[in-house]
Design a protein around this ligand. Structure first.
Ligand SMILES: Cc1cc2nc3c(=O)[nH]c(=O)nc-3n(C[C@H](O)[C@H](O)[C@H](O)COP(=O)(O)OP(=O)(O)OC[C@H]3O[C@@H](n4cnc5c(N)ncnc54)[C@H](O)[C@@H]3O)c2cc1C
Length: 485
């Protein structure tokens, strides 16, 4: 028999559907089609994907078997998502011409970044949902690159099977011997030889390389003929390289806090005289950094909204634990220990605040382009993983030892979220850019504004015949009334 007091209740009301929980500030930007889609996505995630997550993990099995084949339940979820019409929501159809020619499913989303962002929040609640709807990284960013910059031939060969969910892809930028958060450091050598490009070098953290469905890599390297006289951000190119190209070896898979992330994985790869047709370059030589900027902008918003979804899940687990009538330490359920209810409040507050920042960035992208929203995108990129980590950490703590093991999604969610403070540009790079930009734009303005206000205050003092009061009485002398700014 439990000795806990009865659960507090709000009258047993079920939660309203997603279309009725859109933050008021975002309401005017969400169309009817997106609202309907949000509810279908939510039902699919809650009722089909989240329960399937455990089956997916069990089907992966243990040992080397984890890299062979892939859980059949995911293929079933993909079929189901296609039937429901929730497939490829990430791709804003109207941004790309003639896409239907390459899209056998004719399903490209045509949603705004804000609308799709709200869907990402729902997808971020489950391990399988993003892939089940063909909205998983790095495929989404790669498909956007090929759709936006690829030739007709590149689209036919790679975009078509990617949009159909038949194959997967990798994005290979980071190198073991270079500080790769700076795209101008990337040095895998790309040499032209007749009608071919010859690639030599190594890459690591190549996400997706463990999956045998991963058939194509977008590889960033430095053109052999781009010497130091070339602008440092015009030395790199991006090239499409089939994953089974001769001379390409996946040596090992890297773990993330002990998780192997199978069957996707993060590979360490070498390129030894890998040859591809010269036509495999995307957009043109020297345009790699330009493509990278286009690829990462809106993608960061989608990552941020998935992080918010993960934080919401952690808060739900925390609330469930606080109200678990079997767990009554020191004579009171956890919800009646003040500090834990404080964690619930802080978590709610931080999630909602972060969501407003990301939705604001989405509106800015939608009303201009990613370049116009650089500041807002950086704010979202920095804020959300840090916020989600704090919320998950509280949820872990509320669970005691159970929080760090496999019996809740919290431990693996924390490990995954922690990497987002590094991947797609470490926090410090974005903070540095944000801080410099704010300082540069406002230095003179801030000095002028404060000086003018002080001047006006002195005039008003005179007008009203008063003098500034000195703290500690009037005996202090030798100091100016106000320090010079
Ligand atoms: C799980 C996971 C998946 C990944 N997937 C991919 C992938 O699919 N493809 C891919 O190409 N890469 C991938 N990465 C790699 C990731 O994008 C890089 O790790 C990231 O860009 C940082 O590069 P780096 O590791 O070379 O660190 P470095 O560039 O060496 O930076 C190291 C640290 O230096 C500091 N620093 C750097 N610049 C500044 C600055 N301007 N001001 C202040 N401090 C600074 C930061 O603290 C930074 O964390 C993945 C990483 C992880 C963890």
């Amino acid at each position: 028999m439990s000795n806990a007091p009865p659960l507090p209740t709000a009258g047993g009301q079920p939660r309203k559907p997603a279309s009725q929980r859109i933050p008021v500030i975002a309401e005017p930007f969400v169309g009817d089609r997106a609202r309907k889609m949000l509810d279908i996505v939510e039902k699919f995630v809650e009722e089909e994907c989240i329960p399937a997550d455990a089956v997916w993990a069990a089907q992966l099995g243990t040992g080397d078997g984890r890299w062979e084949g892939h859980p059949s339940i995911l293929e079933d979820l993909k079929k189901r998502a296609k039937d429901l019409g929730i497939w490829n929501m990430f791709l804003p159809k109207n941004h790309y011409s003639n896409l239907s020619e390459y899209d056998p499913t004719n399903s490209a989303g045509a949603f705004t970044n804000l609308e799709y962002g709200l869907m990402c929040e729902l997808l971020g609640r489950s391990r399988t949902a993003a892939e089940a709807t063909n909205c998983a990284a790095p495929d989404t960013g790669n498909m956007e690159v090929i759709a936006r910059y690829g030739t007709a031939e590149q689209k036919k060969q790679w975009l078509t099977p990617l949009l159909a969910g038949q194959i997967r892809s990798g994005f290979l930028m980071t190198e073991p011997d270079k500080a790769s958060s700076d795209g101008s450091n990337i040095s895998l050598n790309i040499r032209k030889e007749g009608n071919e490009l010859v690639l030599n070098g190594s890459k690591w953290w190549s996400s997706g390389a463990g999956d045998d469905r991963c058939k194509i890599y977008i590889v960033m390297g430095r053109d052999n003929d781009a010497d130091d006289s070339v602008d440092r951000y015009k030395r790199q190119s991006m090239v499409l390289v089939p994953s089974d190209a001769k001379g390409l070896t996946v040596h090992r898979m890297l773990s993330v806090y002990g998780y192997d992330d199978a069957p996707h994985g993060h590979g360490h790869i070498t390129f030894n005289n890998v040859r591809v047709p010269a036509s495999s370059v995307i957009l043109g030589h020297g345009r790699g950094n330009e493509i990278m900027q286009g690829r990462l902008g809106p993608g960061r918003i989608h990552h941020a909204m998935r992080s918010i979804g993960a934080a919401e899940v952690a808060l739900e687990w925390m609330i469930a634990r606080l109200n678990d009538e079997r767990k009554v330490p020191f004579g009171k359920p956890l919800r009646e220990h003040g500090v834990l209810i404080d964690w619930v409040a802080r978590s709610r507050l931080e999630i909602d605040a972060a969501k407003l920042v990301v939705l604001n960035a989405s509106v800015k992208i939608d009303s201009g382009d990613a370049k116009a929203a650089l500041v807002e995108i950086a704010e979202s990129k920095i804020l959300t993983p840090n916020m989600a980590l704090a919320v998950i950490d509280r949820a872990v703590q509320a669970h005691g030892a159970m929080g760090v093991c496999q019996d809740t999604p919290l431990a693996s969610s924390w490990a995954h979220l922690r990497t987002l403070r590094i991947a797609d540009g470490p926090d410090e790079v974005h903070l540095n850019q944000l801080g410099r930009r704010e300082n540069r734009a406002r230095a003179q303005e801030c000095i002028d504004r404060i000086q003018q206000q002080k001047k006006r205050a002195a005039e008003l003092m005179k007008q009203y015949g008063v003098q500034e009061k000195q703290l500690g009485g009037s005996k202090v002398s030798g100091f100016p009334a106000q320090s010079k700014l």
